[in-house]
Each structure stands twice: as C-alpha cells, then as structure tokens.
Design a protein around this ligand. Structure first.
Ligand SMILES: *Cc1c(COP(=O)(O)O)cnc(C)c1O
Length: 456
C-alpha cells in the first residue's frame, strides 16, 4: 500500500461522507475512533471494557440524518418553487428500539407503523405526554381488529392517524372511518432492486384503483416500491407513474393532496461503490413531481418519504472478538476467523438476503500485513458465516498476545427486530454513545433470561 498521510484511514474507507463513514477515524495506536462533535469514543477500549458481542448506537447520527433530510427537502422545495410541503415519517419497523425512535421524533419525524403493537407504543408515548399530539402517524400493514380499535382510539384523542387501505376488505371497512385515509397502489413499473415484483402483494393495481372511483376521505396516495434502491432512476420512474395516477384520481377525489413515496433510499453498505447523494436524489424527486404536475395542470401534492434504512443503518455498529482461526478447506488462501457472536442471530440479513457489510478491525488498524478471512459465527450452523459473497474479508493477523476485535458497520436497520436465538446464544449487549458518555441500554442476556423465553 502507498505510504501517505491518512493512508490507513483511506484504506479502511473511513472519514468519507460518500460512504457514511465520516464519524470514524483511527487513533495513533491503531484503534477505531468514533467522533461526535468534539467528543470521541475509543471503540477498542469499549470492546475491552464491556466485552463482545456488542452493538453500539450513536443517536446523534440519527438526529443529524433526520435534520439533513428535512432541510434538504425544504431547501429544494424553495429553490425549485414547489408548492407542496414535505413530511418525513420514520418507519418504526426498521428499528423499534426506543433509543432509535426517540431521536428521530425529537428532530421532527412523524411516524409510520406496520402493526398494532407498534401503534400501541405510540399510544403509550401520547398518554405519557411524551409525544406532541401534532405528530402524524401513517398505519401500514393488515388492519386486524385490534389495530383498527387502536387507530380509532388515538383518533379520538385528537391524533392524526392515517390508515392506508391495502385491499378490498379494508376498503369496505374504512367506509365507517371518519378520519382521513390513504390508499396503497402496487405501481406497474419495474425497477432494479432485490424485491421481486412477482411476489409484491401489497396494495391495489392501478386499474383497480381507478375503478374504485370516489374513496371516502382520501388524502394520501401511497406506494412503496422497494428497499435499498440503488439508482435515482429507481425513484423517478415510479414517481412519474404515481403523479399520473394522482392526477387522474383527483378528478373524483379532490381531497387527495399527498403522495407518499414510501421507503427505499439506499446505504453504500459495501464501501466500494458510492450511490447517489441526498442532494441529487431530493432535487430529482422535487423536480420530477413539479414537472409531471405542471404538465397536467394539477396542484403540486405534499410529499412524504418513509426512508428508514437511510436514516438508521449508519447509526449502529456491531462488535465481535475473534476467538480462533482455522484453515479453509479447498480455498487455501483464506482462513476462517471464528467470532464470539452469530451473524445468523444478530445480523440476520447476512443469511436471509446475502447482505454485504463493511467489516473493519477495531484495533490493530495500522497493521499493513493482512490476511484473507472468512468469518464464522458461534452457532453450530454452517450457514452462520460471512464470506463477503464468497470472496474474502481482509483483516489483520490474529496474534496470541492481544485480542482482535472486529466491527460491522451500518447495522442499525432491520437486524434488531429480526434477531433470534439459534443455539440459545445470548443477544449482544446494546450500548448507547451520546454526549461523550456510554450507557448500557440492554444488558447481555443471562442463561436464565434466554431459557425463560423457551419455557424453562
Ligand atoms: C419497510 C417499509 C419502509 C422503509 O423502507 P426503507 O427501504 O428502509 O426506507 C417504508 N414504508 C413501508 C410501507 C415499508 O414497508
């Protein structure tokens, strides 16, 4: 590797805004550092003090990203002369941990819930007077009776709760609902992403929607095309279709004034390829909405995004210790590093979606002699592994005199609620780092606690 100032920092792709790694640096002793304003955290020292596996959440990252998102939309709305408003709704399903949701709400995020149980948490915050009742809540997912009752109850308390109609059964039932409602369309556009269109079962087709004609109290047209959309075209194409539909639906539904484009903004998980910048993405969205409306002479709708992954993924890292190494049979250049946690349990998408991660050492980061590794989790399952798609993860050589710790970056989205207990391994310790202090949010599970979940 070339000798240069910041060489190792660049090598590990740290300190780079385009890769969402601007908070990371390397200490002169080769430890991973996270910066928060003028505070900093030595991650190696935290791993040694608290043990591993451990997740560290940086709520400041969530606050900054929500603020950035809202400011960028507001700025382009102004610059481009767009007449609608922007609202951000944080989709709770992406990470329901209190320590994730509250910082987003503190910065002005509204919410999008996917189940009665998520809405129940909103109810609790309202009852405790913690949430301002101006917060707006969009309700996705199948509306069970319990879910509908909660929606009605919160509406009764003066909260704006907007159920999104997903099918004909809900359409009939919502005729009795007195508040504003949204409806979900399954747009007939195909974009590049891992979500297979063939299996999309959410919402009405465009034809079905137009055949419904007048929909009582309709204010929101909603779609959610996919997650981790990797090009700006993947946002522009569906938005054009949606605006066309919005214009047609407004003829019978003059109260329709909002287009909710759902989630989808992506994260450069694997730090080789940059995606789009937030500025470029937002500019294109506003510009597209404006052009498509002006062309048809319809009012600019308010815009909602429910970008979850984009906001919370970079706010958490997951730490492991390398316990042992082993030869990889039939691939002599690689060695197995066995770690003290489980990818299958705690970074479930590694196994379920072949998710790629950026993996870096937490100590010994200045080491230039690296080995090609495959990472194995601690469950006794051959699927519990991370191999970077069959290639390798470059890491320092493990030595007998010092523990080697690893960090997986961008683990804040989806993994927490999917986590499980294969082989009855304990869930990781969860730490919160904010204002220069470390707090324990969730202790490492004891054998008693894990056993209890299985009736012991
Ligand atoms: C999952 C989901 C989201 C969040 O998607 P991201 O890709 O994480 O931004 C938003 N809206 C709906 C309806 C969803 O189901």
């Amino acid at each position: 590797m070339k000798k240069q100032k910041n060489g190792q920092k660049k090598f590990w792709r740290l300190g780079l805004e385009e890769f969402d790694t601007q908070i990371f640096d390397i200490s002169k002793d080769g430890d991973l550092i996270v910066r928060e304003g003028n505070y900093q955290y030595n991650i190696a020292a935290i791993a040694r003090k608290y043990g591993t596996p451990t997740e560290i959440l940086f709520p400041t990252v969530i606050e900054n990203r929500v603020r950035d998102l809202m400011e960028t939309f507001t700025a382009y709305i102004k610059v481009l002369g767009y007449k609608g408003k922007y609202r951000y709704h944080y989709p709770m399903k992406v990470n329901q941990n209190r320590e994730f949701v509250l910082p987003a709400v503190a910065e002005g995020a509204n919410l999008d819930v996917a189940s009665a149980n998520e809405l129940f948490l909103v109810k609790r915050m309202i009852e405790q007077d913690r949430f301002n009742n101006k917060i707006r809540v969009i309700c996705n997912g199948p509306k069970s009776e319990r879910y509908m009752e909660l929606i009605e109850e919160l509406r009764g308390k003066g909260l704006t709760v907007i159920p999104i109609i997903e099918d004909m059964v809900e359409f009939e039932r919502m005729k009795k609902f007195k508040g504003e409602v949204g409806i979900r369309v399954d747009l007939s556009v195909k974009i590049d992403s891992h979500w297979d269109k063939k299996y999309n079962r959410f919402g009405f087709t465009e034809t079905e929607l137009l055949e419904l004609g007048k929909i009582k109290n309709l204010s929101v047209l909603h779609y959610h095309i996919s997650s981790q959309v990797e090009s700006i075209e993947g946002f522009v194409k569906p938005l054009k279709r949606a605006i066309e539909l919005y214009a047609q639906m407004r003829e019978k539904n003059p109260g329709l004034d909002t287009v909710d484009i759902g989630g989808g903004a992506g994260i450069p998980y694997n730090k080789n390829k940059r995606l789009y910048t937030l500025k470029n993405l937002v500019q294109r969205i506003i510009k597209t909405a404006k052009e498509e409306c002006d062309k048809r002479g319809v009012k600019h709708p308010n815009l909602i995004t429910e970008w979850g992954r984009w906001v919370v993924a970079p706010a958490q890292i997951t730490l492991y210790k390398v316990l042992a190494e082993k030869e990889v049979l039939n691939k002599a250049k690689n060695i197995w590093y066995i770690v003290d946690g489980s990818f299958m349990n705690d970074l479930t998408d590694t196994w379920a979606l072949k998710q790629k991660w950026h993996v870096i050492p937490v100590n010994n980061m200045n080491e230039k002699k690296l080995v090609h590794t495959w990472l194995a989790g601690s469950s006794c399952d051959s699927d519990d592994k991370y191999t970077a798609g069959g290639s390798h993860v470059s890491l320092p050589k493990r030595t007998e005199d010092e523990d080697l710790f690893l960090a997986f970056l961008d683990t804040g989205a989806y993994q927490d609620a999917l986590a499980s207990h294969h082989c009855l391994l304990s869930s990781p310790l969860k730490l919160i780092a904010q204002n220069g202090e470390i707090k324990v949010a969730r202790k490492r599970e004891t054998p008693e606690e894990v056993g209890r979940q299985f009736g012991w």
